[in-house]
Design a protein around this ligand. Structure first.
Ligand SMILES: *[C@@H]1O[C@H](CO)[C@@H](O)[C@H](O)[C@H]1NC(C)=O
Ligand SMILES: *[C@@H]1O[C@H](CO)[C@@H](O)[C@H](O)[C@H]1NC(C)=O
Ligand SMILES: *[C@@H]1O[C@H](CO)[C@@H](O)[C@H](O)[C@H]1NC(C)=O
Length: 274
């Protein structure tokens, strides 16, 4: 009985870890399918999953379409590391820019809707208690008829060598276009840790905008290297389930995780009822 509950506890840990890894694969796929890579970012390899929660709306699904009123209050931001090798201590810079409609290259730069230096992560919540808000959160207001704009929220590691460029070193700047990638480079920001995006459209598009294909989450797989399962610490059944989730793709991978969860739940049930 001891061993069943012991293994049940162990089995839940990799289940949680691979859920986040799967969510990270999902957001990477969304960034490609919506052309945020390459329109805004040359690449996107996050080590954590970022989630936005707007008052009255709740948790944002990546790429979700909103009316501007729904996303006008400042959201709370939570960040979950991919696995235990990712530590979220230190300072970070949080930004939201308008990457405009799919296909926009924006040579004049991206509108800066949020730029806060020195945020920290308290538990999993992004805290601004010792931060400097260069631009406080300013909700989207895309021009009517301009199509669905992509509002991209990104969290960068901010090393001690970070130095805000003179033009962006003072708080309380309004929303203006700036060269976002130039800012990241010039200020010495570190790795792009996490990100997400949502869409806001005002009125009906008057021009034809390239469409994006939906992300089919059942086709996503988690690279073996980013999984944390250790078969040696699980029961034979769990080891089998873990192996399946490593080597198969899509729905089977998800099923394997459910199997793992079910085995864990069965372990608990046995502990309680035997
Ligand atoms: C984070 O920022 C604070 C305030 O600017 C600074 O005192 C601290 O040294 C920074 N921490 C790291 C790890 O860079
Ligand atoms: C971290 O969050 C907890 C719970 O909300 C709060 O009590 C605490 O003051 C926060 N710590 C910092 C350093 O912001
Ligand atoms: C921190 O965020 C809150 C809203 O979430 C905002 O009211 C406050 O002004 C922010 N403070 C700083 C220093 O950015």
């Amino acid at each position: 009985m001891f061993s069943l509950s012991f293994f049940a506890t162990l089995a839940l840990v990799p289940f949680v870890a691979s859920q986040t890894a799967l969510e990270i694969e999902g957001i990477k796929a969304h960034f490609s399918q919506s052309a945020i890579v390459p329109d805004l970012l040359a690449s996107f390899n996050p080590s954590a999953f970022l989630s936005l929660n707007f008052p009255g709306v709740g948790e944002v699904k990546p790429g979700q379409l909103f009316a501007k009123e729904q996303v006008s209050p400042t959201p709370t931001v939570t960040v979950t590391p991919q696995d235990t090798s990712v530590s979220l201590t230190g300072n970070y810079t949080l930004a939201m820019v308008d990457a405009d409609v799919v296909g926009s290259k924006l040579p004049e730069g991206q509108n800066r809707h949020w730029l806060v230096n020195g945020v920290t992560i308290n538990g999993s919540t992004v805290s601004n208690s010792s931060a400097v808000a260069i631009t406080s959160y300013a909700g989207p207001w895309p021009a009517a008829g301009s199509g669905p704009h992509r509002y991209v929220v990104l969290l960068y590691s901010q090393p001690s060598t970070f130095k805000a460029p003179t033009a962006f070193s003072q708080p309380n700047m309004g929303v203006t276009p700036f060269d976002f990638n130039g800012y990241v480079k010039d200020s010495g920001l570190g790795a792009l840790v996490a990100g997400t995006y949502f869409d806001v459209e005002e009125g009906t598009a008057t021009a034809s905008i390239s469409s994006t294909s939906a992300v089919v989450s059942s086709t996503l797989t988690v690279p073996v290297s980013s999984q944390t399962q250790k078969a040696s610490t699980t029961t034979a059944n769990n080891a089998a389930a873990t192996e399946t989730s490593k080597t198969t793709s899509g729905a089977t991978g998800i099923t394997a995780q459910w199997m793992e969860f079910t085995v864990a739940a069965a372990g608990f049930a046995l502990t309680i009822f035997i």
